[in-house]
Design a protein around this ligand. Structure first.
Ligand code: UDP
Ligand code: MG
Length: 323
């Protein structure tokens, strides 16, 4: 491809109903990247748009040899679009950006340099001055980033920034699915890529169309964070999670049972007045704890069986070799 020359930069752009932005976006990217004198490709993934986006992409790809278009049969979501873009990206450095002209292609040269020269695995954009609504976007984003920083231990200010740069091996080693695009740096770190940097980037107001993410993200975001953290720590050893909680529940149930029995025996032997064990709240707590313990163990065994058959179970990234 590209006269069989090595591709230096792949620019991956997921888009859904962004027909008005695309021509302007491509011109802006070309203006920003061409001074670098390098070989690049622009991969546009049309995530099942219902407007004229695909028509615009095909026209653009006839005009510019760098543009490669991919269209989904329906709207699968930004993560799916990114994943397919990553599979096709041939560039040594892969840059992702949104299609809505909110991210500036002028950042590309510096992002490229940071990966190439400063040897970062991932560089994430940071929209320090952000042009989005305060209540629906900026405040929730601050809280979200604070929580994700604390939980993941990755100190980024803007985890979900659409503008990011990666070494090619990073995007080939991770799998973005569902709505996991919010946590790509966590996935990268989990895969072993620890050099994660940050660059302040320019941001603009949405010029055309509307945001594709609504209130549902307040529920889905935190749930996905829990999933990501669980997978990060326990996907290859789920019993260590479920088993520990199962043991704790068994222990609680056991202690309560012993207490109930001991009290009953003691009071009977000493002719003290006793109540039926079923009259005591401890009894129900003990039963509940033991049942929950069994459930947790079952979940653990089933999860172990699933991870045994997972194609991921023996996926290791070899960094270097001597032969
Ligand atoms: N997008 C997509 N599929 C979707 C939703 C969004 O490819 O199902 C694209 C969208 O076209 C844009 C990027 O993802 O290029 C970011 O979306 P948006 O600008 O709506 O998000 P916001 O900036 O409001 O967070
Ligand atoms: Mg946007």
């Amino acid at each position: 491809m590209n006269n069989n020359k090595k591709i230096d930069i792949s620019i991956v752009i997921p888009l859904f109903n962004e027909e008005q932005s695309l021509v302007e976006l491509v011109e802006w990217i070309k203006r920003s990247v061409e001074p670098l004198m390098c070989n690049y490709e622009i991969i546009m993934i049309d995530d099942g748009s219902t407007d004229n986006s695909w028509k615009v992409i095909t026209e653009l790809s006839q005009k510019h040899k760098e543009i490669k278009g991919i269209k989904f049969i329906r709207n699968y979501g930004k993560s799916a679009a990114l994943q397919v873009g990553f599979t096709h990206a041939e560039g040594e450095v892969v840059i992702t950006m949104d299609a809505d002209l909110q991210d500036s292609p002028e950042e590309i040269p510096e992002l490229y340099r940071m990966i190439k020269e400063e040897n970062f695995d991932v560089v994430s954009g940071w929209k320090l001055k952000r042009y989005d609504p305060l209540i629906s976007k900026r405040i929730p984003s601050k809280i979200y980033n604070f929580v994700v920083r604390k939980i993941s231990g990755i100190y980024l200010h803007d985890m979900n920034c659409g503008l990011k740069a990666y070494k090619n091996i990073v995007v080939k080693s991770i799998e973005v699915y569902g709505e996991m695009h919010r946590y790509i740096p966590v996935l990268a770190k989990n895969a072993g890529f620890k050099r994660i940097g940050e660059k302040v980037v320019k941001h603009y107001e949405r010029k055309y169309g509307t945001s594709k993410f609504g209130v549902e993200r307040f529920i889905r975001g935190p749930l996905d964070l829990m999933t990501v953290m669980f997978i990060t720590h326990f996907s290859k050893r789920p019993m260590h999670f479920f088993g520990v909680w199962g043991l704790i529940m068994f222990f609680l149930g056991g202690v309560l049972t012993v207490y109930l029995l001991a009290e009953k025996v003691y009071k009977s032997l000493n002719n003290l007045p006793t109540r039926d064990v079923t009259d005591k709240p401890h009894f129900y707590l003990a039963i509940a704890a033991i049942i929950i313990g069994v459930q947790l163990f079952l979940a653990g065994f089933i999860a172990e069986l699933i991870s045994r058959t997972s194609p991921e179970r023996n996926k290791y990234i070899i960094e270097k070799k001597t032969f």
